[in-house]
Design a protein. Sequence first.
Length: 710
Amino acid sequence: MTNKTPRQEQIEIEQAYVDRVNRQLLQEKDAAKRLAHEAYSHFSSTRDTWFREELSTSLYERDAFSYVSARRMSQLDSQHDGLVFGRLDFHDHEVRYIGRMGVRTNDYEPLVIDWRAQSAEAFYRATPIDPMGVVRRRVLTSRDEQVTAIEDDVLMPNAVPSDMVIIGDGALLAALERSRGHHMSDIVATIQAEQDRIIRAPYQGFTIITGGPGTGKTVVGLHRIAYMLYTHRRRFINGGVLIVGPSAVFMDYISQVLPSLGEDAVSMESLGSVASDVLATRSSETDTPAAAWIKGRPSMVTLLRRLVSEQAPDEDLTLVIDGEALTIPTDRLMALRQRLIRKQPYNACRAALSEGIWRLAVELGRGLVDVLDDKFRDKVWESANYEPFVNKWWPVLRPEETLAQLTDASLIRRISQLDFVDSTCLANAIRPNHWTIADMALLDELAAILGPVPSAGPDLFSDSPVAELVSLDDRLNNQRIVTADAIHDTFAHILVDEAQDVTPMQWRMLRRRGPAASWTILGDPAQSSWPVPQEITTAFQQLVGTRQQQRFLLTTNYRSPKESYDLATSFIRRTEPTADIPESVRATGVPPELLLASSQDWTTVTVAAVQRLIDQVQGTIVVIGLANRLSQLREHLPMLDRLELLDPLSVKGLEFDATLIVHPDEIVDQSVSGHRILYVCLTRPTQRLTTIDIDSPGLWRPTFSGRLHD
């Protein structure tokens, strides 16, 4: 008989408990299926069945039971890898198991406590200084339904019973050493006390979470959403939760975190798709840094408003009334135009425009025509020149066709303060039907300025009969006006990740989705790609106003190994001396590899370096460089699922086991944020970092003791 180690014996004990939980889950699944079947088997009918009014209550109950059973089945069928991940042993001999969802016996005794429940707080908050009555905290690691490892923390050494077995140490570090995949994993089993305080903080107002690279801002924010949905479910399920990230790649990366925690009732959008509620398009295309900066600046608001308000033919309106010509000059018409647009969306102004033109005709026609005639109003509107002029002077506008006008650089200079270089850059960057992420915020701004396009119906100026309206006056005054606010989806809570890169125009776009929302904001100013940080600060302050704020700073870097992070921090401190630099808690013993290649053989050196990384690490590898460099590399690199080639902006918020950066100085020179975007690239790896300079050692290199390969 083989002697079992204490670790093996403890794993078997925990496995037996996990098996019991899984058996209970199977019973719950069967019960949910029976409930759904019974609900639909009752009160069903064909079209020929006589339906009595009193059956309506039964039908409502049927649908309610069906919904409840379907939701529970969805929860139970979720991929709960490691459903039970924690155990607490208290000094009074109470034992609590912590998991991704709550599970009870048929007698309603708790088998597993949901990690978000108040009774689970001790799993994250207890420390040797304040053990909260916990003697031993155990972390269970599982694969599917099999317990594979356990790690214990002793919080009350003097209270450990003689028969209590203590196993291992360092559950967090063990989790950090695991290879990365293509999707972010939840950290529910290894949440630290500093993170737990943020997750459970009150939801009201603005919660602003900052911290350097690798501090877990994203996963803390997502776990905070899961906690809010658990504790205030009705509010946030009914009102909706929106999660916004910088790119489609990033959103795909974080897409599995909330479902793994049993929550999928949220909307997840990249900045290029937020406005899809009002636009029939979304985008993942990027601009050049210079064009993105121009499009994102707050001055674009004035430019777009002038584009709408001043784009009218420079001509008078001449009306023929009772044989007399009555002319309304352009300056009076433009003053009317400006006044109307300030009060309501452009497309909702047609009725008010007609009223305004009639009043101008009354004012200017005194002494020329009989303005006191009861039919004078109809005579103005029925004048032969009126309808063609209004249709030309105030056409229905749509955001896409309006923004497309900015392909004319001379028009941009006429309605804005942009100089020749910037106006030409903007005009060249406006590509109708090939909208970029930055364009989405401009189109959304135009959607708010223009308002919804009037719904299809009888032509306002047609002679077709409308039974319920007896005159043109009636038709104009009964036109339905819809406010701009009605066209946007709104939410009860909005989480914005990588907030340091949200442009002023994008903050305006987000604000329309949450005028009464509570907010969670995640970011790090030192990683910002925006060249004028004060513009971002001002735009954010306009969003917050005087509302309640709570701020948290994460101070521990769990992702980056000390070797590569020391290189990154020594680089960023040269230009950002006040940056929040968290403490790295782990080391790999492998210093960064700084390579030097010539412009003739850089592809060969890069391919060889990638191949070494493929052999050295088991997880994901990324090659970061400018687009032209990556296109040259693609045909020389192996087609591996775990190998990606990304531009510097696309790696924001992501992490990889190994990172290779091609020509860092080139990345700095070609970006409007320069050093900050390279700092982002340098802090992506969890295991190994390699850089390749071309022709000469890069100016970015600080004094560093890592390996240099020339």
